[in-house]
Design a protein around this ligand. Structure first.
Ligand code: ATP
Length: 303
């Protein structure tokens, strides 16, 4: 959308390799699988694709390996019209991969080798963050080194750009980082790990959100799966319901939600509207199979 700020996504890029088989292998066992799929993934890349398809001007900052997976990731980002100037190549480590086994019931087991994602360092982001402005939105997750995320968040805060942190996977954060966050978006499990409050219903979500605001986060969204999302701001406290849909595959629903949220904020939608927008996008995402492949385009969004 013309006139809106840029969306700077700083995060992971992985290749997911999925084998579907009747049963998951036990330790030491070999199971002959049925199908093999190779899909682009990583929370950073998924969220960036969601934001780009929904109309955001996305700059993706990531670290890939000097291999075919890294090259494929960059060309996929280019196909989605993202700026890839801040994707750097690690000469030593391979690109990140996730090995995923899925059984006939949809149960899975996953091993992730972060590879080059683990080498994304503050130095790789300095030039990018020097030029970030107050109009821009920075979107981060925690599949990169926490010290790099912390560096980037502080720098964005200094530059007055609004930071959305999707704290996934949950990881301990320095207490003085919370006041640098415009928005934090944990799911129920992550909210529990960050606050020590087990989030099981709306009341406990409200309690966890209040605690995160007490730590200094300006606004809090706790995503509640098919129930929607709990939003806490200066002037709003409550659940914004998700549209009711028949879910086929909830993989990357949270990533879609966060990418859409960044687009809405870059377009200066008020937070309540932004959460509703993100909920609509994520509801479309769960009606289709896959991670990046299930991210909706702006033209598919209901008015
Ligand atoms: P995932 O790990 O599957 O990516 P998550 O655990 O990070 O997701 P959730 O809270 O499960 O995050 O989902 C994020 C958002 O996606 C929800 O707030 C909601 O808006 C939407 N969503 C998830 N599941 C459904 C569903 N079954 N129907 C409609 N919307 C859904």
């Amino acid at each position: 959308m013309s006139g809106s700020g840029k969306i700077v996504v700083i995060g992971s890029s992985n290749t997911d390799m999925v084998v579907k088989s009747r049963k998951l292998p036990a330790p030491g066992e070999t199971v002959i699988g049925e199908t093999f799929l190779m899909n682009p993934g990583g929370k950073g890349a998924n969220q960036a694709v969601a934001a780009a398809r929904l109309g955001g001007k996305v700059i993706m900052a990531a670290r890939i390996g000097n291999d075919v997976f890294g090259k494929q990731a960059v060309s996929q980002f280019e196909n989605e019209n993202m700026d890839t100037a801040f994707i750097t190549v690690d000469k030593e480590l391979p690109s990140g991969v996730a090995l995923i086994n899925v059984d006939a019931n949809g149960e899975n087991c996953i091993s992730v080798a972060p590879g080059s994602n683990s080498k994304l360092s503050p130095g790789h982001l300095e030039q990018l963050l020097e030029n970030i402005s107050g109009q821009d939105i920075a979107l981060l997750q925690l599949e990169i080194p926490v010290e790099t995320a912390v560096f980037a968040i502080r720098k964005c805060f200094d530059k007055k750009s609004r930071v959305i942190l999707n704290p996934a996977p949950a990881s301990p954060l320095p207490e003085d980082l919370f006041p640098c966050l415009f928005l934090i978006t944990p799911n129920e499990t992550e909210a529990g790990l960050l606050t020590g409050i087990q989030v099981t219903d709306i009341q406990s979500a409200a309690e966890a959100a209040r605690q995160l605001r007490t730590k200094g986060v300006a606004n809090v969204i706790i995503t509640l799966g098919s129930k929607g999302a709990f939003l806490l701001t200066d002037s709003y406290s409550g659940v914004i319901a998700a549209p009711q849909v028949t879910a086929v595959d909830t993989t990357a629903a949270g990533d879609c939600f966060n990418g859409a949220l960044a687009v809405a904020l870059a377009e200066e939608m008020p937070l309540e509207k932004a959460v509703a927008f993100a909920g609509k996008a994520a509801a479309l995402c769960v009606t289709r199979l896959g991670a990046q492949s299930s991210m909706p385009y702006r033209s598919e969004m209901p008015a």
